[in-house]
Design a protein around this ligand. Structure first.
Ligand SMILES: C[S@@+](CC[C@H](N)C(=O)[O-])C[C@H]1O[C@@H](n2cnc3c(N)ncnc32)[C@H](O)[C@@H]1O
Length: 254
């Protein structure tokens, strides 16, 4: 996945509200990023949220503490985050531009670094954490929506030889983190109707990643016959099911 295309994609969806798809989630795994974050944070914590997007998650789920910095590669996302911040009335939170792969934050400064669904470089992250600080990652794995990817014969990480979770896990270990734990997260998502399901798939990089030739993310060319077959095989009580596979990583700087 090329970084420039990923950036373009996020610039385009900067104001996109995913609640439009009215997805119902059934969580099968007991691993909740925000529960863990709120469990380890204190009033004195300094938290860095990498690839923060429009800041929605920070503003809704992150604790009140000394400092929260949310960063993102996309100017559009940071504008949205700053708008959301103003409306939220929350304090001690700043949003600014930064590339996760070229971080410019002080060394030994943060108590917690969070990266949800965004690329990371654990070697850079460990430098900016204080001794005893935590790294919390949540990502989308290779086997996410696997039967759908199989039906299309393509999709995000479809041809990767190693699952993304293992690559991340190894990178975290190789960076020198301790108490590193990788947990597979299983969820079922349900869509109320075909229209919402198809609109969702045309919007997100599941079947086509950011490097697809078609830059019009609203009208991805998804073969209708394949899609309709998947829908007929995966409809339960009138709702279309998608099996999601995420992963969580927790680690500590010794
Ligand atoms: C799927 S969104 C996740 C947003 C947020 N973390 C959340 O969980 O709602 C991924 C975000 O990562 C950002 N991103 C992608 N590559 C990045 C990079 N190299 N450096 C910083 N941000 C990046 C995108 O611009 C986008 O806002």
């Amino acid at each position: 996945m090329k970084q420039i295309e990923e950036k373009e994609y996020y610039e385009e969806i900067k104001d996109w509200d995913f609640s439009k798809f009215e997805i119902e989630s059934e969580v099968l795994t007991d691993w909740d990023l925000y529960e863990i974050l709120n469990g380890v944070a204190t009033k004195k914590s300094r938290i860095l949220d990498l690839g923060t997007g429009g800041g929605e998650k920070v503003l809704e789920y992150y604790p009140d503490c000394e400092e929260i910095l949310g960063t993102d590669l996309s100017e559009g996302m940071i504008e949205t985050a700053n708008r959301n911040l103003k409306e939220s009335g929350r304090s001690n939170i700043t949003f600014r531009l930064m590339d996760n792969l070229n971080m410019d934050v002080p060394d030994d400064y943060f108590d917690i670094v969070v990266a949800r669904h965004t690329p990371t470089d654990p070697k850079q992250i460990i430098k900016c954490l204080k001794k005893g600080g935590y790294l919390l990652i949540r990502g989308v794995d290779k086997d996410d929506c696997w039967s759908l990817k199989m039906a299309f014969g393509r999709g995000l990480a479809y041809d990767d030889s190693k699952p993304i979770s293992i690559i991340d896990y190894e990178n975290v270990l190789n960076a020198g983190f301790k108490d590193v734990e990788l947990v597979p997260i299983h969820e079922r998502e349900y869509f109320k109707n075909e229209y919402l399901f198809k609109a969702f798939l045309r919007k997100v990089p599941i079947i086509d990643d950011f490097s697809c030739d078609n830059k019009d993310y609203y009208s991805k060319d998804l073969d209708e016959e394949t899609l309709n077959h998947y829908i007929s095989e995966n409809t339960y009580n009138g709702k279309i099911r998608l099996l999601r596979r995420y992963y969580g990583i927790t680690a500590r700087k010794d």
